[in-house]
Design a protein around this ligand. Structure first.
Ligand SMILES: Cc1ncc(COP(=O)(O)O)c(C=O)c1O
Length: 355
């Protein structure tokens, strides 16, 4: 049920042409295709911040954290339910990980849940706009106000939130850096792995060095903590080709999730979502999943494990509200290429199973 094989004809043609253009060129690493996508995506986001392409969304998180000049051994507060990507990046940089819980009603972190996870060694917060649902950050008493008062850096993980706008502005521009994954099933997807960091000029310069070994000039490492995580020009060309289709694709995702929302409670606010996932909240989740499978509806869990339940992440803290919601979350089929008949079938199955 993954989206890439269901592209419309015009988008598929644009993708094929993009790949052929790079294959026929003499630049297979870096070059104009990468710079072109970075400029196009910055323009789409409506920001004078810079887009720094990289190999994937996980590296984007590590690069973003690497620009923040965090003290050695500092801790980062992360969401408890985001699949562990932010925590994994923090651990790679030798940072400690603490989880913040979510609000039990809305399912997203708040200033209060972040403050409850705070400790003297905390130097940064990573907020994840999970499932394509915006985490409210701005405004009085908001998470951004709290972290500024506390002197903490903020990274927004937008891997599931391409094209998501709050009050007319794209998410990802409130914090010190935003990260994106362009994994093929993301709202904006490449034909393989790809990612990007979005950040202000001086930090962007540092991210550009860190993504290429920490080089100051070619073959001369000047920054510690570098890696090889360049954005591939084939992926850059494909992303440039697909960008004009993103808003329509998101509209389709929202329309599909609205059909489900009429039948079953969904995570998130319909006013601020790009429906990366359509996550139903149901009692007896495993029973519901089995009953839907018997009716031919494939579902998924995003994500089965909390960050605190993954031994490799060594995270501290507890998140009882996130744990309770995790047990009720069930992701329904939601991608731009899904047909109306398939959506009708999911709705009919839901009506039988959850009503
Ligand atoms: C919320 C979130 N953050 C980070 C990532 C990592 O992105 P990638 O798979 O491109 O490394 C993903 C991808 O699955 C994600 O969903």
């Amino acid at each position: 049920m993954a989206a890439p094989s269901r592209l419309g004809a015009a988008e598929a043609d644009a993708v094929r042409a993009a790949v052929a253009r790079v294959v026929g060129s003499d630049t297979w690493v870096g070059g104009a295709e990468v710079a072109g996508f970075e400029a196009a995506f910055a323009s789409y986001l409506g920001t004078d911040r810079e887009v720094v392409g990289c190999g994937n969304g996980s590296d984007a998180l590590a690069l973003a954290l690497g620009t923040l000049h965090l003290p050695a051994g500092a801790a980062v507060i992360v969401a408890p339910d985001d699949g562990g990507y932010a925590a994994g990046a923090a651990r790679q940089l030798g940072l400690a990980v603490r989880v913040m819980d979510v609000d039990p009603d809305t399912g997203v972190p708040t200033a209060a849940t972040a403050a409850a996870a705070d400790a003297p060694d905390v130097a940064a917060v990573v907020v994840t706009h999970l499932h394509g649902d915006a985490v409210p950050l701005s405004g009085p008493g908001g998470l951004d106000e709290w972290r500024r008062a506390r002197g903490l850096a903020l990274v927004e993980d937008c891997a599931q939130a391409h094209g998501l706008r709050v009050d007319g502005s794209h998410v990802g521009l409130v914090g010190d850096a935003a990260t994106f994954s362009f994994y093929p099933t993301k709202n904006l997807g490449a034909v393989g792995d790809a990612g990007a960091v979005v950040l202000p000029g001086p930090s962007a310069e540092r991210a550009r060095r860190l993504r290429e070994h920490g080089w100051g000039e070619r073959h001369r490492v000047v920054l510690p903590g570098g890696r090889n995580s360049r954005l591939d020009p084939v992926q850059a060309a494909v992303l440039t080709a697909r960008l004009p289709f993103l808003d329509d694709a998101n509209a389709r995702r929202r329309a599909v999730s609205a059909r489900y929302r009429a039948v079953v409670g969904l995570h998130g606010d319909p006013a601020t979502t790009v429906a990366h996932h359509a996550v139903a909240l149901v009692d007896g989740r495993d029973r519901v999943a089995t009953a839907l499978a018997e009716r031919g509806v494939a579902t998924a869990m995003h994500y089965p494990w909390l960050v605190t339940e993954m031994p490799g992440l060594a995270a501290t803290g507890s998140a009882p509200a996130a744990s309770g919601r995790r047990d009720r979350k069930l992701s329904l089929p939601c991608f731009p290429g899904i047909t109306d008949a398939e959506v009708d079938a999911v709705v009919a199955a839901l009506e039988e199973v959850v009503r």
